[in-house]
Design a binder for this molecule. Structure first.
Ligand SMILES: [Zn+2]
Length: 386
């Protein structure tokens, strides 16, 4: 891309919390406005962070202060300018087609880091309509229509052709896309519609009774297509699918997963029942269950069932490093308070709970096992610190 360098002079500087704002005798920079972000670029070796126009004066934000009267070289970042021009010109084409062919008005426009968006005055728009709309846009792009920019005195502006009336006076900047659009606009634009490359709608969202369309044009569209393809390829690799079979296959996978989850739950219940019976064989009124590989939900289920038999149930789960103490309310034991007191004495683990049910969490399995042994011993010997 060609480098255009403007040599000019600093005419004013002011400081605020963002940095140093400079005015130059001439500027190649486009200031933020009309939904289009400001240009980026450089003044000498310094990066231009923002450009804003206040009451007709254009201010450039730098981290450094330059001397008033000094000569500087200003240069815009052409890649960013081209990208913004593409997204903005794409909006002209979208707005024109929506209004002239579908009677839908554009209400607002904005460019974000990843995509751009327009809010349009319709309540309903589906993906079939969007695909049709994209074909119409692509047709205009293929036609390579010239885009002319003109500075016209206000009395030479053809107001009957203006897309939107303007209250500007004096010299008015007109942007015309041949046979499609005639617009008073101060933004930046590409030279022909072919330079848009393509326009892809990426999202349809209902807002305030209208529709917000997000879209990408030019290189953004290429990047999005490549990212989508990469995502899809990784799914195809995992599931051995193709574009034609992937949707059905993903639904199938989901059904299978839900079915498996139901099966696992049933199995867990059966295991819980068997393990509870084993624990209840023991004579002691303190029953211990150690869950080394099972899910925490299963440990909980076993501990609760054991407690329902009238025993004081102590359970541990290795996966989550958690300890549970539960009883059915027939024991004179405030489990939450006791557990807390034991942990306090041990100096590790965090936990607590109610009178009938308490749990604690540990940083290591060694701590978990130590705490379990200590609690079981104290329950059996009746030497609790609470
Ligand atoms: Zn424009």
């Amino acid at each position: 891309m060609e480098k255009v360098i403007t040599e000019t002079v600093v005419t004013a500087v002011k400081k605020d919390q963002s940095g140093y704002w400079h005015v130059f005798a001439q500027t190649p920079f486009y200031a933020e406005g009309g939904g289009q972000p400001a240009d980026r670029g450089w003044v000498d070796q310094y990066e231009v962070k923002d450009v804003q126009t206040v009451e007709g004066t254009t201010w450039h934000l730098l981290d450094q202060s330059l001397e008033v009267g000094s000569t500087i070289k200003a240069q815009i970042d052409e890649t960013v300018r081209q990208d913004h021009s593409i997204q903005h010109t794409a909006q002209h084409v979208m707005t024109a087609i929506l209004q002239d062919r579908h009677g839908i008005e554009t209400l607002s426009f904005g460019i974000n880091a990843e995509d751009a968006s327009i809010e349009i005055g319709t309540e309903q728009l589906d993906w079939d309509q969007v695909e049709q709309f994209e074909k119409e846009l692509q047709h205009i792009i293929f036609e390579n229509r010239p885009i002319r920019k003109m500075e016209l005195p206000e009395d030479e502006v053809d107001r009957t052709r203006l897309r939107k009336p303007t209250d500007r006076t004096g010299m008015i900047r007109i942007v015309e896309i041949e046979g499609l659009d005639y617009n008073a606009c101060g933004g930046t634009h590409v030279e022909t519609t072919a330079q848009l490359g393509t326009i892809h709608v990426t999202g349809i969202k209902k807002v305030r009774g209208n529709i917000r369309l997000t879209y990408v044009a030019g290189n953004r569209a290429l990047r999005m297509t490549q990212a989508s393809r990469a995502a899809l390829r990784s799914i195809h690799q995992t599931l051995s699918t193709t574009n034609e079979t992937v949707a059905e296959r993903v639904l199938e996978e989901r059904t299978i997963r839900l079915e498996r989850e139901r099966e696992i739950k049933e199995l867990e219940l059966r295991i819980a029942k068997a393990k509870v019976e084993a624990v209840l064989q023991e004579d002691d009124y303190v029953a211990i269950h150690i869950g080394k590989t099972e899910a925490e939900t299963l440990t909980m289920a076993i501990v609760e069932r054991v407690a329902a038999s009238g025993k004081i149930a102590v359970g541990v789960n290795y996966g989550t490093k958690k300890l549970f103490v539960v009883h059915d309310g027939t024991h004179d034991l405030a489990t939450g308070k006791c557990l807390k007191a034991v942990l306090h004495e041990l100096g590790f683990g965090r936990g607590g709970g109610s009178n009938k049910q308490a749990q604690a969490r540990f940083d290591s399995l060694i701590e978990l096992e130590k705490a379990m042994e200590e609690i079981v011993r104290r329950l059996q010997e009746g030497v609790l610190p609470c």
